[in-house]
Design a protein around this ligand. Structure first.
Ligand code: ADE
Length: 249
């Protein structure tokens, strides 16, 4: 049976999913707890990577080497960068770039040295399935995500976007920095701290990868308060609703 790896950076992003994996067994490797079990009839290994690219890369490598996952999906939150990308929207990544990679002038800015590329693509089949699951969840947001948060985050207008997600070892919390990122990478829809590292590891191992990110903040001067509230109150409901929909479709 194919094994699906599910990864988030923080407990708040995955708690509702972990609560659903009834037969789970915990195996600790490299200081992380890997939860092995079944969900909707699929063999699943769920894990929290902690925050940042190195933490995420280590965790992805253990998932691949030790737990032999056949597919890896990252679920969590991100800061919105694209002009129409608002809090409560969902971005399904079609590709990822490390925005803080810069070995210029030896290599072009953002290019990962010796890979000949800056951008790592996600798996087109997985993207199509997750985009379809996300559309269904957002189309029925009140039922899936809960009424009390519905008004607060204007989920009635939540949209799904497909495109570039960028990652770096910085929480982007000023309008000045988010403007600079948008100038450097104009196609970027959202910014987070892990995805591009996991995409690179999955590229190395030739394992299909996808990332689904809910927008918790706009990576601006209010980012830290918006992020904290969103992650506390709604983030894991999105992960639960979208991944549940995906695995049962
Ligand atoms: N994840 C969620 N919001 C973020 C932000 N503003 N910067 C980096 N990672 C994030």
């Amino acid at each position: 049976m194919a094994v699906i790896g599910i990864m988030s950076a923080m407990h708040e992003e995955l708690s509702a999913v972990l609560a659903q994996m009834s037969d789970e067994q915990c195996v600790s490797v490299a200081g992380r707890d890997f939860w092995l079990g079944h969900w909707h009839g699929h063999a699943v290994v769920a894990v929290l990577s902690r925050i940042g690219k190195v933490s995420a890369a280590t965790t992805a490598t253990v998932l691949l080497e030790r737990f032999h996952v056949d597919t890896l999906v990252f679920t969590g939150v991100a800061g919105g960068l694209g002009s129409g990308v608002r809090v409560g929207d969902v971005v399904v990544a079609t590709g990822l770039v490390q925005h803080d990679m810069d070995a210029s002038p030896l290599f072009p800015r953002h290019e990962v040295p010796l890979y000949g590329r800056a951008r790592f693509e996600t798996d087109m089949g997985l993207v199509a399935q997750l985009a379809s699951a996300t559309r269904q969840v957002l189309g029925d947001a009140r039922r899936h995500l809960g009424t009390e948060t519905f008004t607060q985050f204007e989920l009635s207008q939540a949209q799904m976007h497909l495109g570039l997600v960028i990652s770096g070892d910085r929480f982007v919390a000023t309008s000045m920095e988010s403007r600079a990122l948008s100038q450097a990478l104009p196609d970027a829809l959202a910014v987070e701290m892990e995805g591009a590292a996991v995409a690179q590891v999955c590229h190395d191992y030739q394992v299909p990868f996808a990332a689904v990110r809910t927008i918790s903040d706009r990576a601006d001067d209010e980012a830290h308060t918006d992020f904290s509230r969103f992650i506390r109150e709604v983030a894991s409901r999105y992960s639960l609703a979208i991944l549940s929909q995906w695995l049962t479709s």
